[in-house]
Ligand binder design. Structure first.
Ligand code: ADP
Ligand code: ADP
Length: 238
């Protein structure tokens, strides 16, 4: 087990109870998909896992250590193990693929280096390797805003890999892409999962994609966990 979510509650300052006593485990090497309607708490769950949000109560144990209460350097260290990509890619539009990927490099203290940072030859070699893994070899010097949506998401995957995460969180990574491009991005996520051994936790709402890519599924409804199991048994009404 790499992650244990235990009795997690998240109440936003406006009173919205986005996660209600949610518990589930994630095994090392899994491709876990979280499903649920819009507003069911999927995004909140991922944001609590990498400390973009704090839980209101409960524990999130990463490799046996509760990360919800860590602060400062120990929080940054735990966080460096947990990378994230988003629906809208969040690249720096006017910068090249190489610069965007390098911007995911962490310094030794776990802080993201500035986009104007000086990168070592080792960092550049690593960036080159990840650019190749996501199929963008030859596009190193192309500006991010000149790429298609699918290519931009692949840059975001390579950028997230620069911190050597053990877990990659993907928040609706294909929600703004067409079906063919969605498959391509999902295949690269699968490749990262299988070839690099990175555990993937991905929010998705297209059930056909869920059935094809998930090794296991967790379903949320109104902030509560309503299902944990095989993708074949998932229900259209969730
Ligand atoms: P999903 O990812 O499944 O669409 P979210 O986690 O984004 O669900 O949202 C769960 C619930 O929490 C929704 O009711 C949403 O409106 C609410 N919510 C999300 N983010 C915030 C926030 N920053 N402040 C207040 N309420 C929020
Ligand atoms: P997404 O599809 O990315 O989940 P949303 O429209 O649900 O987009 O949310 C966009 C942003 O607004 C997110 O950062 C979310 O946390 C925040 N948000 C969502 N619902 C609320 C809310 N009721 N109050 C405040 N912020 C919210």
């Amino acid at each position: 087990m790499i992650l244990e979510v235990k009795n997690v509650n998240k109440v936003y300052p406006n009173g919205c109870h986005a996660l209600n006593n949610v518990s589930f485990n994630v095994d090392k090497g899994e491709f876990l998909v979280i499903i649920g309607l819009s507003g069911s708490g999927k995004s909140t769950m991922l944001r609590c896992m990498n400390r973009l949000h704090d839980v209101t109560s409960g524990e999130i144990n990463f490799e046996g250590k509760d990360i919800t209460k860590l602060k400062g350097a120990s929080m940054r260290e735990a966080r460096s193990n947990i990378g994230m990509i988003f629906q809208h890619f969040n690249l720096i539009p006017r910068r090249t693929v190489m610069t965007n990927v390098l911007s995911g490099t962490l310094s030794k203290t776990g802080v993201i280096k500035s986009i104007f940072g000086i990168y070592s030859e080792e960092d550049k070699k690593k960036a080159q390797d990840y650019i190749k893994i996501v199929g963008l070899e030859g596009k190193e010097n192309v500006r991010a805003d000149n790429l298609s949506g699918g290519q931009q998401q692949r840059v975001a995957i390579a950028r997230a890999l620069m911190q050597n995460p053990k877990v990659l969180l993907a928040d609706e990574p294909v929600a703004s892409l067409d079906p063919a491009t969605s498959h391509s991005v999902m295949q690269y996520l699968k490749k990262v999962n299988e070839e690099l051994g990175v555990t993937v936790i991905c929010n998705l709402h297209f059930l056909s994609l869920v059935r094809e890519y998930a090794s296991r599924v967790v379903a949320l409804k109104g902030g509560k966990l309503i299902y944990e199991g095989q993708p074949l048994d998932i229900n259209e009404e969730w």
